[in-house]
Every structure is written in C-alpha cells, then in structure tokens.
Design a protein around this ligand. Structure first.
Ligand code: F3S
Length: 81
C-alpha cells in the first residue's frame, strides 16, 4: 500500500505536485499543497493507477515535502481545507 501527505511546514507552494498528480494533490488558499484524497491525513491508500504520479511528485518536490509511507500515517486533518 502507499500513503502520502504533504508537510505544509516545509512546502513552499512551488506547484510541482499538483501539476504531476492533480488527482492526489491540491492547494489551499495560501498555495500550500495537501492531499485531496484524505484531507492530508495520510489515511487513504493511494490507488494503484495514481501511485506513479505520487512517486513523480515525491521526486519532483524541491523541499522533500511530499511524504510517502507503506503504512497509514494518520496525521491530524488540516482544519483550513
Ligand atoms: Fe509544496 Fe513540494 Fe508540492 S513545495 S507545492 S509540496 S511539490
């Protein structure tokens, strides 16, 4: 399984992740990315057909803010999205 979340503390709103994986990442009002699928909690297993996009976002993020895990991450849901 693959889980993902965006570390918004280090995201610089560069826009790469949403460009390469638009079904997975979106941006909040400040342009910071979050995971659409689960409100950035890292609890929704990324469907197989989207995993390649997520890998690309992970590799393309200049600040390494796209986190990946084989296990449920379970971050607190972002309150502002
Ligand atoms: Fe932020 Fe990295 Fe996406 S800087 S906008 S998480 S590619």
């Amino acid at each position: 399984a693959m889980y993902t979340y965006v570390d918004q503390d280090t995201c610089i709103a560069c826009g790469t992740c949403g460009a390469v994986a638009p079904d997975v990442y979106d941006y909040d009002d400040e342009g910071l990315a979050f995971v659409l699928l689960d409100r950035n909690t890292g609890t929704f297993s990324v469907p197989e057909e989207l995993q390649e996009d997520v890998m690309e976002a992970h590799e393309g993020c200049p600040t390494e803010s796209i986190k990946l895990s084989d296990l449920v991450i379970g971050k607190e849901a972002l309150s502002h999205i």
